[in-house]
Design a protein around this ligand. Structure first.
Ligand SMILES: Cc1cc2nc3c(=O)[nH]c(=O)nc-3n(C[C@H](O)[C@H](O)[C@H](O)COP(=O)(O)OP(=O)(O)OC[C@H]3O[C@@H](n4cnc5c(N)ncnc54)[C@H](O)[C@@H]3O)c2cc1C
Length: 394
């Protein structure tokens, strides 16, 4: 079997993997990025919306932006509408073209010196003395051992790298949203806002969405709790009902199915010689299901810490813990708050949800359009709201 050696091998070329690889290569490391699919960014499993916070990580390029939105309009089960928008900006965020965006991030990594290999699937972890030392991978033609000082699991929601390295990444059905989405065209909708619909009949333990994708096209989707999905009540069935109601004459250009981990972060995101980033680390906001920005932010931190560890020749879990400390400081609190809020919202009946929406009716304007600012503003608007919701439940 062929053997190759790198400083770092990154499994998975989504946003988390490409940004980690790029950051480590910029700091002088020899990095390999492997992707099992033949084309990076395909198939897309995403509704593709991000807040303007993305500008902290990349310069916006119109080639991979399909639409700009001013905020979100969220509807309660009885149709009560809450508009969220940014106070100081016309634009609150972007709907991306992920198949181009993910390629762009991988290209940036390649330009920084990363070796990128598609059609290369990791199927095992090389371990010695309780330390990850590389991955076993398969290409179309051969099996290869990629040895590395540090292995990065950026292999998304289905991640196996972490489990093989002894990290508990188990997801209960209740911790996963199962989703179906159509790219629809020739439809009438609000092009300026991302629209979100709550209600047990529309999307039990989840929500439905309409995100503008430019002109008369939109991502129209439904995500439901994995534990309430069954043979006649799949996300696909709810989506068909939603579409029948909203866009009976629209055209479906593409279908997509996927899962979002909503458990909150795994307990430990590092082991000896091993780091998990992005969905593999469950770095997804449990209330919104968004994980693109967390994947990029975590990737930057991971790449930086791994570079220091390699330069110091210390790949121990203890050394790599700096990554864990830093991501917890940067976005751990917002994920924790998202999980708590989700646990409360999940227990609300349609009636409770309506009451919740009535208390916010009139809309919320936040200084900058981010999850952090939104939570703060909601508590400011009615400080007792979340507390009383919690009381209502327990
Ligand atoms: C329906 C849906 C809608 C969503 N909408 C949004 C949204 O609007 N906004 C938002 O911010 N987030 C959204 N998300 C979440 C977002 O897509 C993820 O959080 C984000 O893609 C995480 O990036 P990642 O790099 O960690 O993982 P991914 O983007 O999943 O990338 C992982 C990569 O690893 C590869 N891989 C897996 N196993 C192996 C292996 N063994 N060997 C080699 N390669 C491997 C995969 O092929 C994949 O390319 C949505 C998710 C879903 C499912």
């Amino acid at each position: 079997m062929k053997k190759e050696k790198y400083d770092v091998v990154v499994v998975g070329a989504g946003p988390a993997g490409s940004v980690t690889a790029n950051t480590a290569a910029e700091r002088g490391l020899d990095v390999l990025l492997i992707e099992r699919n033949p084309e990076i960014g395909v198939p897309v499993k995403c509704a593709e919306a991000v807040s303007k916070e993305i500008e902290r990580f990349v310069e916006i390029d119109p080639r991979w932006v399909c639409a700009v939105f001013k905020g979100t309009i969220t509807y309660g089960p009885d149709g009560t509408k809450v508009i969220l928008s940014a106070e100081d900006a016309e634009e609150a965020g972007y709907v991306l073209e992920r198949k181009l965006f993910d390629k762009f991030l991988a290209q940036e990594a390649a330009r920084a010196g990363v070796e990128v290999r598609v059609k290369t699937q990791a199927y095992g972890l090389v371990c010695e003395d309780g330390c990850a030392k590389g991955v076993y991978a398969r290409t179309a033609d051969e099996d290869i051992h990629f040895f590395a000082d540090v292995v990065v699991g950026a292999d998304g929601v289905e991640s196996r790298v972490g489990r093989r390295g002894g990290i508990d990444t188990t997801l209960r059905l209740a911790d996963v949203a199962t989703c179906a989405q159509f790219l629809m065209c020739d439809i009438e909708f609000n092009r300026d806002y991302c629209e979100i619909f709550f209600g047990h009949d529309t999307a039990p333990k989840g929500y439905a969405w309409i995100f503008p994708k430019g002109e008369d096209c939109a991502n129209v989707g439904v995500g439901i709790g994995g534990d309430v999905s069954d043979v006649n009540h799949r996300a696909y069935d709810y989506l068909n009902a939603f579409v029948q109601n909203k866009f009976p004459d629209g055209e479906i250009i593409a279908e997509m199915y996927g899962a979002v981990p909503l458990s909150g972060p795994v307990y430990e995101t590092v082991a000896n010689g091993l780091v998990l980033v992005g969905d593999a680390a469950r770095h997804v906001n449990p209330i919104t299901g968004g994980g693109i920005l967390e994947a990029m932010q975590g990737g930057e931190i991971a790449g930086d810490v791994i570079a220091k560890a390699v330069h110091e020749k210390n790949f121990s879990q203890r050394r790599l813990k700096e990554y864990e400390k830093r991501w917890r400081k940067e976005f751990g609190k917002i994920l924790d708050a998202g999980l708590k809020t989700r646990n409360i919202v999940l227990k609300l009946s349609n009636q409770d949800l309506n009451r919740f929406f009535h208390s916010l009716a009139g809309g919320i304007r936040i200084k900058e359009f981010s999850e952090r600012a939104l939570l703060k503003e909601m508590i400011k608007k009615d400080p007792r709201m979340l507390i009383s919701l919690a009381r209502m439940m327990f």
